[in-house]
Ligand binder design. Structure first.
Ligand SMILES: Nc1nc2c(ncn2[C@@H]2O[C@H](COP(=O)(O)OP(=O)(O)OP(=O)(O)O)[C@@H](O)[C@H]2O)c(=O)[nH]1
Ligand SMILES: [Mg+2]
Length: 209
């Protein structure tokens, strides 16, 4: 059994950082310190897991259920390509799609528009190629916009509402996107880790039912 997880989003949003933090266990400080070059093309990684199915084993050793996680990290510079000419390669067989953007894009009308447009494109492409895939929106680098007035929950609600508004006004549809706020900053990384853990384990549970 293979489960495919795709990372999409604008250049420099933090896709590779989140992938390495959560799936490779690289410390956040190291990821923030080291300037990784921008990703190019598509990067495939596979991780092997073994589930032990512990029930109905009648005293025998538990059934072993092997499963693989196939991660697909995409370059933001080529985002257009992943939703047009190469959409099949990216979306085919996807189980979970993370759309990741920089939270501070929300303070810039042009960047915000770009994010909204691309959430819509990704949503549509998902519907056409992998309608069963779960789509999660990650507003990353929250540390850049955090303030007393703007805590994580306020930001999450604002982005959810704004996306809903955009979809309704521009596309005439009502969609409630699943938005999660993330950041590698010391203050927020534990929250980010547990949010990612909840999203992926809940999703895998749903997918495997
Ligand atoms: N302030 C801040 N910077 C971050 C955070 N996460 C990552 N960064 C920085 O953002 C930059 C871009 O991160 P990447 O993970 O390479 O971004 P990407 O989305 O993979 O970019 P492309 O591969 O070009 O599409 C790096 O310099 C990171 O150190 C964060 O939570 N807060
Ligand atoms: Mg990258």
């Amino acid at each position: 059994m293979v489960k495919k997880i795709v990372f999409l989003g604008p250049a420099g949003a933090g896709k590779t950082t989140i992938r390495r933090f959560f799936f490779e266990g690289i410390p956040a400080d190291m990821l923030l310190k080291r300037q990784e070059p921008p990703s190019i093309g598509l990067k495939h990684d596979t991780f092997d897991y073994l589930f032990l199915y512990p029930v109905e084993n009648n005293g025998k050793s538990p059934e072993k259920v092997p499963f693989k996680l196939a991660l697909l990290d995409t370059s933001g510079q080529e985002l257009e390509k992943w939703i047009t000419t190469q959409r099949k390669e990216v979306f085919s067989g996807a189980d979970i799609i993370f759309f990741i953007f920089d939270s501070s894009d929300w303070n810039d009308p042009v960047k915000k528009q770009f994010v909204c447009d691309h959430v819509w494109f990704v949503f549509n492409t998902r519907n056409q190629i992998a309608p069963e895939a779960l789509l999660y929106i990650l507003a990353h680098k929250f540390d850049k916009v955090a303030s007393k007035k703007n805590d994580m929950e306020t930001m999450r609600r604002k982005i959810t509402e704004d996306l809903k508004d955009y979809m309704f006004k521009k596309k005439d549809v009502v969609i409630d996107f699943n938005v999660t706020i993330t950041s590698m900053d010391k203050k927020y990384r534990r929250h980010t880790f547990s949010s990612m853990l909840n999203l992926t384990t809940d999703s895998l549970y749903e997918i495997m039912k």
